[in-house]
Design a protein around this ligand. Structure first.
Ligand SMILES: *[C@@H]1O[C@H](CO)[C@@H](O)[C@H](O)[C@H]1NC(C)=O
Length: 439
């Protein structure tokens, strides 16, 4: 793979690469086919820099450092009250965090805004970022992820990853999402429970700082009125898709239970507004479709793998039911479930309506039609088959969506049309309801 990605590893030679190969195989067995880019890149770099957390032990806690904002749209959204860990001068300029929108996000690559790149020290090279940021930002896309569009709709800047050490601005919240992460504890270094612990760490440090009379990016009211968003489970479900269908079904409830537990933990810590995404149409991902199969009998009328899509739908049904239960329990809260499957499958099924010609083919991959995906050669190799800039593709690299597709998905997410209850995300944070912060 990626000669263009060797920037971060440095000097470890072929032995390590061979070991990495073995590790890679083991991980494929354990985790199934996670986002190709993430797996390849992550494993490759796991043991390299001394500072990179080793994957095996799980429970890696990283220090609360910050991250460079990704030069969102001309950078005009920058520089509110920049707060960077350890950087006293900038951070102490303002006594209190500005009132406004605060979002805390938990998840995987679907909402990672540069976390995995920062924490693993991955050098992500162009063409990542080419359609929007015009340079790689650590997002596994040619542009923005859905969370970025959510932030834009709330008139706030893109969320900084929790572990990005330069230029982060946490005044509007924190993104704890790390590509490749699972809801299931221990399966990945930054599984949902760890992301939760990081949130609690962040919250405690903020409140402690304010108690001392110092500055903090988010204050008590900010935590109470914040929006808590989650998009996780794709890697859990992906990891078991090789099993027979009945075995898959048996493994879904514990995954959903982890998400439930996370919501309960956040609620106990004062969170009152939850925006929970289900998982997407996994059977329509080029990475899945490119796996060898005997014949096409397992494909539906759109050319997607029925079994995988049914598993995703079942996962969502369970998660939606869980949100129903939580709504009854937490009557002081708003808990919204968003049917990402319906949104993402619609994009495939009605692709012509969205100006998409080849809904099952990657923009950035190898091998050309029908899927332009080669598991052995990621998008990030130098000789990829790359679609024309401006061409509308759903899939960027076989797993992750393009900026264009994420924009379409985000519009549906924000519309409330696919939300239970049917409310618009912006209605949770409009200034029309400032009293929300007293919840
Ligand atoms: C395709 O679009 C039509 C019209 O908007 C809609 O009714 C239908 O549900 C969509 N198909 C899928 C599979 O989402």
């Amino acid at each position: 793979m990626a000669s263009s990605m060797n920037g971060g590893g440095g000097g470890n030679g072929g032995g390590v690469l061979k070991k990495m190969g073995l590790l890679r195989v083991q991980y494929y067995c354990v985790m199934g086919a996670i986002a190709a880019a993430v797996v390849l890149v992550t494993l490759r770099y796991m043991p390299a820099p001394a500072t990179a957390p080793a994957g095996a032990g799980g429970n890696v806690r990283a220090p609360a450092t910050a991250a460079p904002a990704d030069a969102p749209r001309g950078g005009e959204e920058r520089g509110k009250n920049a707060w960077s860990a350890g950087a006293g001068e900038e951070g102490r300029r303002k006594k209190k965090a500005a009132p406004g929108v605060v979002v805390f996000n938990f998840g995987d690559s679907n909402s990672d805004t540069g976390g995995v790149a920062a924490v693993m020290g991955i050098h992500i090279a162009p063409p990542e970022g080419r359609a929007y940021f015009h340079h790689p930002t650590g997002r596994l896309s040619d542009g923005r992820v859905i969370l970025d569009f959510i932030c834009e709709s709330l008139n706030t800047h893109h969320l900084s990853p929790y572990m990005k050490p330069l230029g982060s601005d946490y005044s509007n919240g924190v993104n704890f999402a790390i590509a490749g992460s699972t809801a299931t504890p221990g399966d990945t270094p930054f599984s949902l429970d760890v992301q939760l612990d990081q949130f609690l760490f962040f919250k405690e440090r903020c409140l402690e700082s304010i108690d001392r009379g110092d500055d903090a990016p988010v204050d008590k009211k900010g935590f109470q009125s914040a929006l808590y968003t989650m998009d996780i489970g794709q890697n859990d479900v992906t990891g078991i898709l090789y099993l027979p269908y009945d075995k898959i079904l048996a493994k879904l409830p514990p995954m959903v239970a982890e998400i439930k537990k996370a919501i309960e933990t956040l609620h106990k810590n004062g969170a009152r507004k939850f925006w929970i995404h289900g998982t997407g149409a996994l059977g329509c991902l080029p990475q899945k479709l490119a796996m060898p199969r005997d014949d096409d009998s397992g494909l539906d009328e759109r050319g997607c793998i029925s079994k995988f899509n049914n598993a995703a739908k079942k996962f969502n049904a369970l998660l939606s039911e869980t949100c129903d239960d939580l709504r009854l329990q937490m009557t002081d809260s708003t808990i919204v479930f968003v049917d990402m499957f319906a949104i993402k499958y619609d994009l495939v099924a009605n692709h012509t309506k969205y100006g998409i010609e080849k809904p099952l083919m990657t923009c950035c991959g190898h091998g050309g039609p029908p899927y332009n995906y080669d598991p052995k050669r990621s998008c990030m190799t130098s000789d990829q088959d790359l679609c024309e800039l401006g061409a509308k593709f759903i899939s960027w690299d076989g797993v992750h969506f393009t900026d264009a597709a994420n924009s379409m998905v985000a519009a549906k997410v924000l519309s409330g049309e696919f939300a239970i209850p049917r409310i618009k995300l912006t209605s949770l944070v409009t200034p029309a309801k400032p009293k929300d912060s007293r919840l």
